[in-house]
Design a protein. Structure first.
Lengths: 235, 107
């Protein structure tokens, strides 16, 4: 079994329902915001990003003895097609995984969307934006900076999802296990996995920036100095 | 889309299909982070069977296809295709309409 999201049973019904409501709310906002964010021109790229995330989530790589991780792709999607379209990409993948491949419980779908879409994708992207705001302007304009910041945000986005799960477990876990133990194990393991996520995200963002920077939403949102081109001004 | 854009898109799709259809077979079968932690700390037993565990594609294999490589590969290709279609449909519906007020495109 290449990848495992939260199955039914780990978390109790009440918490799962609450997460479901939060997930629905997140998706409602995402669809609304995508109307502002996603041009017609970008629709094929957004669809391809979702399909690509599905593909890479099948590729588990070993991280430590007896453990594997897989790419999540949330920050990558957000950087390429914008946070809200990126959030939809991740959710579509989760829905396909749960409904078609029995990966990720049906009652746990809300939990998985909260952890991987709200916390990891949107939260990770929020870190990306915050980091850029803190950096000096002349650095932010550089592609290398975008790659680095995306990479670091991606690294952190994975233990963030793990922390969210730990919170859900603390609130509604069906087993009587020490929260401290779970927290330490979850965050530690997922920090390791996050390193892989960061490396792959940085490589992918770098590759797209180098070949087609016009396809990177995150770069659109950086103000570039206006160039005056006389012929266009007259047209 | 420009011709260059179209070519790039097709290459991207082929890459996704190759990853899901071929490389996926070689993915690590070690338990992923969550499952490992659940096992080590003691809550793995609370996992319930999936409601759709009987589905023909459950666990990323195609029921009835005996060859493991073909089974996983086919499941991967199907998954990529469905995700592309579902995502594409959703994004098409949720896209920005350029003839709406507030857009920068000429009316």
């Amino acid at each position: 079994m290449p990848n495992v999201h939260v199955p039914d049973g780990f978390i109790n019904a009440g918490t799962s329902v609450g997460a479901g409501a939060l997930a629905l709310g997140t998706m409602a906002v995402a669809v609304r915001r995508t109307r502002d964010e996603l041009s017609e021109r970008m629709v094929p790229l957004a669809a391809l990003t979702a399909a690509f995330i599905f593909a890479v989530q099948m590729l588990n790589f070993p991280v430590a003895s007896g453990t594997s991780g897989h790419l999540l792709g949330g920050v990558l999607a957000a950087v390429l097609v914008g946070p809200w379209a990126g959030a939809i990409c991740v959710t579509v993948v989760l829905v396909v995984q749960a409904l078609l491949f029995a990966d990720g419980g049906l009652s746990a779908l809300g939990l998985n969307i909260v952890n991987l879409c709200l916390v990891s994708t949107l939260g990770g992207y929020a870190l990306f934006v915050a980091a850029r705001r803190l950096l000096p302007r002349r650095l932010v304009d550089r592609d290398a900076t975008t790659v680095w910041v995306a990479g670091v945000a991606a690294v952190l986005s994975v233990p963030m999802a793990a922390a969210a799960f730990t919170l859900e477990f603390a609130v509604g876990g069906n087993a009587d296990v020490s929260i401290g133990t779970v927290a330490g194990a979850m965050v530690g393991t997922h920090l390791l996995i996050g390193i892989g996520e960061g490396l792959i995200t940085a490589a992918a963002v770098g590759a797209v920036l180098a070949s087609r920077p016009d396809l990177v939403h995150a770069v659109d949102t950086v103000d570039r100095p206006l160039e005056l081109r006389p012929r266009e001004v007259l047209a | 889309m420009t011709r260059n854009g179209r070519v790039l898109w097709i290459v991207g799709l082929l890459l996704a299909l190759a990853l899901a259809g071929i490389v996926s077979f070689y993915a690590s079968s070690q338990p992923d982070g969550l499952e490992k932690v659940a096992g080590d700390t003691g809550f793995l037993a609370t996992a319930e069977d999936h409601d759709l565990a009987e589905s023909p594609l459950a666990d990323y294999g195609v029921d009835g296809v005996d060859d493991a490589r073909l089974s996983v590969g086919l499941a991967g290709v199907l998954g990529v295709t469905v995700t592309l279609a579902l995502g594409g449909g959703l994004f098409w519906l949720a896209r920005r309409r350029d003839d709406e007020p507030g857009s920068s495109a000429p009316a």
